[in-house]
Design a binder for this molecule. Structure first.
Ligand SMILES: [Ca+2]
Ligand SMILES: [Ca+2]
Length: 380
């Protein structure tokens, strides 16, 4: 697909496009607009409080001929956000290449008092790459003071801040089947490091591949509740130096009250891990839900499979999760039952060494039921 038009920045123009209701924009290449990041009327496309806008099959932030840093960079880059929506609802952003802006790749912005979000957007089949170049506190996609978005089949890679964010959001987002990689490594002390940050409640993060991000694979901020994180492949995150210079972030970081929502807060002796607590009564992100414990790995020579088993306590459903660079086996992604019991999954036997997990042990573990108890044993 080669866009039909190329827009260059007339000197002093802050934005290229302002949408009217139900307007469709497609097959354009737009770059170079905007002087300020994360600001209305600054950037390549701005959508006001209108319904059902469609932004499809465009190249945003670069020329039509090469999806790469524009000539004359950094001065030739887009100085604002690539796409910025202010309170408009139910639009579609589909099949675009969105990259190399100083600000957000896609900003879905609502009213700061949460009275009117940019609600119900569908963001699908886009590549969102190398945004947030001069402002590491903004994301590839931010659903800010907004919610009910469907984010599916996108690639978010090498954005300076988080790959996907929901800053102070209204929640109800579905983030499914995306790849979020190499994000959260931008310069400056204000960098926001997660591959995906849930800053709201009632979201679902499923079937995503999340790796090589600067901080946590998925971070949930202390006010975020009832978020389902399931069937993802999360590995090799945490390369951004944390406070004190250590490289130690974890796959899923549920923040405790008062912890740093940009990078997480390492605690002496346990890093970013929140230990399981008796009765699971502690409070914070997702109620600081106790994590499942994998405590046994054996080789089944008859089937040439590795058998991993473990258990989880009472409470909401949770998956057994993994941290190796392969699609997670469906057997491992089964939700937990409502009573504590054993679970077991079978994996292929690899011929080369594989890193399975680097999670430190919890400081408290309840005694699991006997493995021989038929009432408590589950084979996934
Ligand atoms: Ca709205
Ligand atoms: Ca807990």
């Amino acid at each position: 697909m080669r866009p039909k038009w190329k827009f260059l920045m007339p000197e002093g123009w802050p934005r290229a496009w302002w949408f009217r209701p139900r307007m469709t924009e497609s097959s354009m290449a737009i770059y170079g607009f905007g002087n300020v990041t994360n600001t209305d009327n600054q950037g390549n496309i701005f959508v006001g409080n209108v319904l059902r806008t469609r932004i499809e099959s465009n190249v945003l932030g670069t020329t039509a001929l090469s999806f790469s840093d524009p000539a004359g960079a950094p001065a030739g880059r887009s100085g604002g956000d690539n796409i910025r929506v202010r309170q408009g609802d139910n639009g579609i952003i589909r099949n675009n290449l969105i990259g190399w802006s100083n600000g957000k790749g896609i900003a879905l912005e609502g009213a700061t008092d949460n009275s009117d979000g940019a609600q119900g957007w569908t963001v699908t089949l886009n590549e969102v790459r190398n945004n947030a170049l001069s402002d590491s506190s903004v994301a590839g996609l931010d659903i800010e003071h907004s919610g009910n978005a469907t984010v599916q089949y996108n690639l978010f890679d090498s954005n300076g801040g988080a790959g996907i964010d929901s800053s102070l959001g209204l929640g109800g987002d579905t983030i499914d089947n995306n790849t979020s990689s190499n994000n959260g490594k931008g310069p400056g002390a204000n960098v926001e490091t997660p591959g995906i940050r849930l800053y709201s409640s009632n979201n679902t993060v499923s079937n995503n591949i999340i790796f090589n991000n600067g901080g946590a694979g998925v971070m949930v901020t202390p006010d975020g509740q009832n978020n389902v994180i399931t069937r993802n492949s999360i590995y090799n995150n945490g390369s951004q130096p944390a406070t004190g210079g250590a490289y130690q972030q974890i796959g899923i970081d549920l923040l405790e009250p008062g912890q740093d929502v940009a990078k997480g807060t390492p605690v002496a002796g346990r890093g970013f891990v929140t230990p399981n607590d008796p009765g699971d009564v502690d409070t914070g992100a997702n109620g600081l839900l106790n994590f499942s414990v994998l405590d046994r790995a054996t080789l089944d020579t008859a089937t040439n499979q590795i058998v991993i088993s473990g258990w989880a306590g009472l409470g909401p459903a949770r998956p057994l999760s993994s941290s190796w660079p392969r699609p997670i086996p469906r057997a491992l992604a089964r939700a937990r039952p409502s009573s504590p019991r054993w679970s077991k999954a079978r994996l292929p036997t690899w011929t080369t060494p594989q890193v399975l997990t680097a999670t430190p042990p919890p400081t408290w573990e309840p005694t699991p039921p006997a493995a021989s108890s038929s009432a408590s044993r589950a084979v996934l």
